[in-house]
Write a protein that binds this ligand. Structure first.
Ligand SMILES: *[C@@H]1O[C@H](CO)[C@@H](O)[C@H](O)[C@H]1NC(C)=O
Ligand SMILES: *[C@@H]1O[C@H](CO)[C@@H](O)[C@H](O)[C@H]1NC(C)=O
Ligand SMILES: *[C@@H]1O[C@H](CO)[C@@H](O)[C@H](O)[C@H]1NC(C)=O
Ligand SMILES: *[C@@H]1O[C@H](CO)[C@@H](O)[C@H](O)[C@H]1NC(C)=O
Ligand SMILES: *[C@@H]1O[C@H](CO)[C@@H](O)[C@H](O)[C@H]1NC(C)=O
Ligand SMILES: *[C@@H]1O[C@H](CO)[C@@H](O)[C@H](O)[C@H]1NC(C)=O
Ligand SMILES: *[C@@H]1O[C@H](CO)[C@@H](O)[C@H](O)[C@H]1NC(C)=O
Ligand SMILES: *[C@@H]1O[C@H](CO)[C@@H](O)[C@H](O)[C@H]1NC(C)=O
Ligand SMILES: *[C@@H]1O[C@H](CO)[C@@H](O)[C@H](O)[C@H]1NC(C)=O
Ligand SMILES: *[C@@H]1O[C@H](CO)[C@@H](O)[C@H](O)[C@H]1NC(C)=O
Ligand SMILES: *[C@@H]1O[C@H](CO)[C@@H](O)[C@H](O)[C@H]1NC(C)=O
Ligand SMILES: *[C@@H]1O[C@H](CO)[C@@H](O)[C@H](O)[C@H]1NC(C)=O
Length: 624
């Protein structure tokens, strides 16, 4: 058959095909997952220049991110191109590259699938939690050389246009009736006001004072010219912010949506499903999320009631916490004492227990510090090769944080939560794009994934693990644990309530106040956050439940062959992955352990590492 076709094929075409084929083959040969990963990351740095500056990559310091709505299509097409290239090499992926391949593919597909919803929330690029009014420090580059200053002035000069794009995008949201509820944006004008000052006093201007004065490599004669142009650029930038503020007050406020939930948009329920999927990194319906939430709230509430009864308290959760508020055994105003208490918990109580549950624990230093601003109760900032990880604790309102809350928070932010999680990922030698993922939530699901169900699910699982590790030393610490857990469970009910079941804000607040220990003020801010970021707050509890499910499955199937330390290594050593990939990894691991020849030592073996194990055994034999 094929020979007859060939015989009719003109020779010249044959030759051309050969040449083309060779060329193509050459191209294909040069293409590897590494080249795609690298190019993709370079493109992201170019696409998000402020974030590049923040990472210390200065190639695009003269530019700013574009909020132009025409960019949705440009970015989508570019991502589609990357995906095409990736699919073309799918048959040439080695087993050690497989996880990176799956995640890169998931990254591209998540964006492309999400971009169907570009004309929804993503049209609203400023809210009380994120946006160009808050990320101003990221525009500042290192300002040492003449070139640095030129770049910085160029960037400042680009901001007015960037803010025009923001307005145009908001206008499109207004035109399509897909704006925020007022609660998401009401405080933004006051935030912008912070930026509207005398240009000479502006934080945008400060590099032209200090850095420029100290820049020895710039001739003094040129400095005043730079300063003059800098001042003009800062002045223009401030004027542009003022104009956005006026726009928000005069045009946007009157057009904010009246419903709290995004299901009030056309196709809004489907949009909400897409948001949920983006945050959870697997499919789960709003009905299911709500059901799981109610069930979890009921379960944890019962635990709290029983615990309070043991403590001879028969009132509500809030009454319980309030009744302790003047008890100096539980509260302190003394920052040093509080920090010492956290240090004791992490270094003396938690860390000695880790080896029973983890192996090959990376030795990455951790510091515990006072948070420099009045943010959430606690936070973790990642260690780097040069800097330790930092577990920061909010000490601004010490009388809202009893000592017995500290254990759960330490498990979550420090070990075995975010710090240990990050320490394993550091050793994993992840490609750049997986190590540096800029956060952006307003445009979900039209954004590259960042897998918070994995990272936050793990941190919440760590709070649970404290029980198995025997770390909650009394009923008070258990109350602290449940109080943190029930908040995450309530979020499932309230998030779906607001965006899927037409709850209003008051109902959401009442629900949370009924079950949690938090004040009205704190609860209102929480609920405003859920209204602003549909689906985001569900990642924590759902991620944790998924991890517990996977563990249960492995325990059931492996019986005595289940090793908790191996299981935890499997979860942690691959860095952040979508839940669908995590599930696949666990399933493969189960099969692998089932068929594994009995090896003493019980080290982790995944399919792709078989060969290494054999060669290691071989090495042992030689050494012995
Ligand atoms: C397959 O990938 C390897 C490196 O990962 C590369 O050296 C090789 O050229 C690739 N082969 C083809 C046919 O693309
Ligand atoms: C994006 O791709 C589509 C389909 O290939 C094409 O029609 C469109 O012109 C492209 N848009 C841009 C901005 O490149
Ligand atoms: C994207 O959509 C396609 C087609 O519906 C689907 O096969 C794929 O699994 C989706 N990918 C992700 C990451 O959601
Ligand atoms: C956005 O991009 C489109 C197409 O390139 C252009 O016509 C429009 O003027 C841009 N809008 C702004 C505010 O720059
Ligand atoms: C937006 O809402 C208004 C008032 O409810 C309506 O007249 C208009 O048609 C809507 N526009 C779109 C694009 O749905
Ligand atoms: C939105 O909030 C602002 C600030 O609180 C207020 O001035 C404005 O009247 C509100 N607009 C609507 C439509 O509720
Ligand atoms: C910059 O210098 C001027 C003049 O010395 C001073 O008034 C201003 O406060 C300084 N601005 C900043 C932001 O440091
Ligand atoms: C800033 O610009 C405004 C008008 O855009 C002008 O009136 C004002 O003098 C300028 N201020 C400085 C310090 O250049
Ligand atoms: C929204 O729904 C309409 C029909 O109600 C449909 O034609 C349209 O394709 C849907 N849009 C999206 C983005 O799903
Ligand atoms: C709770 O306890 C207090 C005193 O300890 C008692 O007066 C009150 O009746 C109890 N309430 C209930 C509902 O048991
Ligand atoms: C705690 O102390 C404050 C001020 O001393 C007092 O007003 C309040 O009633 C006390 N609360 C409790 C529960 O004892
Ligand atoms: C408050 O909690 C109790 C106990 O679970 C429950 O019976 C009641 O319905 C709840 N109220 C609200 C508003 O959720």
């Amino acid at each position: 058959m094929s020979s007859t076709i060939e015989s009719h094929f003109p020779k010249i075409w044959c030759l051309l095909c050969c040449v083309l084929g060779l060329l193509l083959f050459k191209n294909v040969e040069a293409e590897t997952i590494q080249t795609i990963q690298k190019e993709y990351f370079s493109w992201r740095m170019e696409n998000e220049p402020e974030y590049g500056t923040y990472l210390g990559r200065y190639a695009f310091n003269d530019r700013v991110y574009s909020y132009n709505i025409s960019m949705f299509e440009v970015r989508r097409n570019k991502t589609q191109e990357f995906l095409k290239r990736l699919n073309a090499i799918s048959s040439n992926i080695t087993s050690s590259e497989r996880i990176n391949f799956l995640i890169l593919k998931d990254t591209f597909e998540t964006y492309i699938n999400g971009s169907k919803w570009a004309w929804y929330g993503a049209l609203n690029p400023m809210n009380f939690l994120e946006g160009a009014q808050l990320y101003t420090s990221a525009v500042k580059a290192s300002t040492n050389s003449r070139g640095d200053f030129e770049n910085y002035i160029a960037r400042l000069n680009a901001i007015p246009h960037q803010l025009e794009e923001v307005k145009e995008s908001f206008r499109e949201a207004i035109r399509l009736n897909r704006t925020y509820h007022n609660v998401s944006i009401a405080s933004v004008p006051a935030m912008i006001d912070q930026l509207i000052v005398d240009p000479l006093q502006s934080r945008f201007y400060s590099p032209f004072n200090n850095s420029l004065s100290n820049a020895a490599n710039i001739p003094e004669s040129e400095k005043s010219g730079i300063r003059e142009r800098g001042l003009q650029a800062v002045n223009m930038t401030i004027e542009a912010y003022r104009s956005v503020k006026d726009f928000i007050i005069n045009e946007y406020f009157p057009n904010t949506r009246t419903h709290y939930g995004v299901n009030s948009f056309q196709n809004g329920s489907e949009y909400y499903r897409a948001c949920l999927k983006w945050h959870l990194s697997f499919d789960m319906s709003p009905e299911e999320v709500y059901r799981v939430g109610e069930q979890e709230v009921g379960r944890i509430h019962q635990e709290m009631k029983m615990t309070m009864r043991r403590l001879n308290h028969n009132g509500t959760v809030k009454e319980f916490f309030n009744s302790l508020v003047n008890n100096s055994n539980f509260y302190s105003n003394d920052s040093d004492k509080i920090i010492d208490e956290y240090k004791k918990i992490v270094f003396e109580r938690i860390n000695p227990k880790l080896p029973e549950f983890f192996k090959d624990i990376p030795d990455v230093p951790l510091e515990i510090r006072k948070m420099s601003y009045d943010g959430p109760g606690g936070g973790y900032s990642s260690a780097t090769e040069e800097y330790p990880g930092v577990f920061s604790v909010n000490l601004f309102r010490p009388l809202e944080n009893p000592f017995f809350d500290f254990m759960a928070l330490s498990l979550h932010e420090a070990n075995p939560g975010h710090h240990l999680q990050h320490s394993y990922a550091m050793l994993a030698d992840l490609p750049d794009y997986r190590r540096h993922t800029p956060l952006s939530f307003y445009d979900v699901p039209v954004w590259f994934p960042w897998y918070s169900a994995y990272s936050e699910g793990w941190a919440l699982y760590s709070e649970y693990l404290g029980v198995e590790m025997g770390l909650y030393q009394d009923d008070y610490e258990l109350m602290g644990r449940y109080s943190a857990e029930i908040l995450r469970a309530c979020r499932l009910v309230v998030d779906t309530g607001l965006h899927y079941y037409n709850w209003d804000k008051q109902r959401a607040i009442d629900y949370m106040l009924n079950y949690t220990a938090y004040s009205f003020e704190a609860t209102e801010i929480e609920v405003n956050r859920y209204i602003t970021w549909p689906g985001q707050a569900c990642a924590y509890k759902i991620g944790e439940i998924k991890m517990k499910e996977l563990r249960k499955k492995a325990e059931t199937e492996l019986g005595t062959g289940f090793d908790i330390r191996d299981f935890h290594s499997l979860i942690l050593t691959n860095g952040a992955v979508p839940m669908s990939v995590l599930e696949m990894l666990v399933n493969e691991w189960i099969e692998e352990v089932k068929t594994r020849p009995v090896l003493s030592g019980g080290s982790l073996v995944t399919g792709s590492h078989k060969w290494q194990i054999f060669s290691l055994l071989f090495l042992f034999i030689i050494l012995q």
